[in-house]
Design a protein around this ligand. Structure first.
Ligand code: BTN
Length: 332
């Protein structure tokens, strides 16, 4: 497992700024504000993350121009700039599910903002106990720990905020116009690009912690998906025709989500979030089929409630669904 820390971030910033050039140990010590020993340890650890750093004896270090892993925790930490989240960033080569490690860390008292990523998940989970296919290398699988001041009944707002953050980030970085499908899918031309899953530990009136897991089909070839999914999913690489820097995507989403959740603390924060989601939500104002697990309903999706539930005008009247699977029946 690789882990970011403040010294590595400071050392990496200086090396990145002067990439390809020699940086003297003295300058590194001054700019990073740490001892020679700490610099050496950080450089070693950055190398373990995959940064091609050359030591020039008695002189200093050079970060070579060669590529480095786009999910390196120190790279994401660097990209997060001043965002208070992403401390620490933890990356595993392979693990069952980023949700599980982070929930364990949350129970052990880890503060909000911790971010866990994996190159591969062997037991990746989706909503309603479904499997989230998480093949090695190329996908984006990460979970964020928050401790939001929300009522447990309003926890759906976290999924809505995360959905807005993902879609805004993909638009910002790649100009891709995505569609938000209530409650937590991100689609591109009707095909699934990203799924979001928030899990919480609550008391009657308080959320102890929330772990929001985001899975994005990033640098995955469509042929790598299970055959039965092949006409329902898409990936960033297949949309753009090139591989993308996954670290940039994570950093953009985490910074945006931090800003959105901070806004929730304002008196009109919840209302504004629902309104923003409503403006971008492709489920609203269309005919839908709603599958609750017990029953199937059909009707016109007309609004979102203050809790983020979907309100549907059905033959039985106006019904509101706080969690369900939704099928979009006809294009608007
Ligand atoms: C869904 O659409 O059903 C939600 C999918 C959520 C997948 C992510 S990948 C990172 C995190 N770890 C998991 O096991 N699941 C979430």
């Amino acid at each position: 497992m690789h882990r970011s820390n403040a010294t590595k971030r400071a050392v990496l910033s200086v090396l990145l700024e002067r990439r390809g050039n020699l940086v003297s140990s003295g300058l590194l010590r001054t700019l990073a504000g740490v001892t020679r020993q700490a610099i050496w340890k950080s450089v070693e650890s950055l190398r373990e993350e995959g940064f091609p750093i050359l030591s020039v004896p008695q002189k200093g270090y050079i970060l070579k121009e060669a590529a480095f892993p786009d999910l390196a925790p120190s790279w994401i930490d660097f990209l997060l700039k001043d965002s208070p989240w992403g401390h620490p960033v933890l990356l595993w080569e392979s693990l069952p599910s980023t949700q599980e490690v982070l929930k364990q860390m949350a129970r052990n008292g880890t503060p909000a903002g911790a971010l866990c990523l994996a190159e591969e998940q062997t037991l990746g989970r989706g909503r309603r106990g479904r499997v989230w296919s998480s093949p090695p290398r190329g996908g984006l699988y990460f979970s964020l720990l928050s401790r939001p001041r929300l009522l447990p009944s309003k926890i759906q707002l976290l999924n809505l905020a995360a959905g807005l953050s993902v879609s805004r980030s993909l638009q910002q970085l790649f100009g891709i116009p995505c569609q938000l499908k209530w409650p937590n899918d991100i689609l591109w031309q009707g095909k699934k690009l990203c799924g979001i899953l928030s899990e919480t530990a609550c008391e009657a009136d308080r959320v102890h912690y929330a772990v929001t897991g985001i899975g994005i089909n990033a640098n995955i070839a469509l042929s790598a998906f299970p055959r039965e999914l092949s006409d329902q999913v898409t990936s960033l690489a297949s949309i753009l025709g090139r591989e993308i820097d996954r670290g940039r995507v994570v950093a953009e989403i985490i910074s945006d989500l931090h800003r959105r959740l901070a806004l929730l603390e304002n008196p009109s924060g919840e209302e504004n979030l629902i309104a923003a989601y409503g403006r971008h939500c492709h489920t609203l104002r269309r005919e839908v089929r709603v599958l609750t697990g017990e029953r199937i309903y059909e009707g016109l999706a007309v609004a979102l409630s203050a809790e983020g539930a979907l309100c549907v005008e059905t033959e039985e009247g106006l019904l509101s669904f706080s969690a369900a699977d939704v099928v979009h029946l006809r294009p608007r």
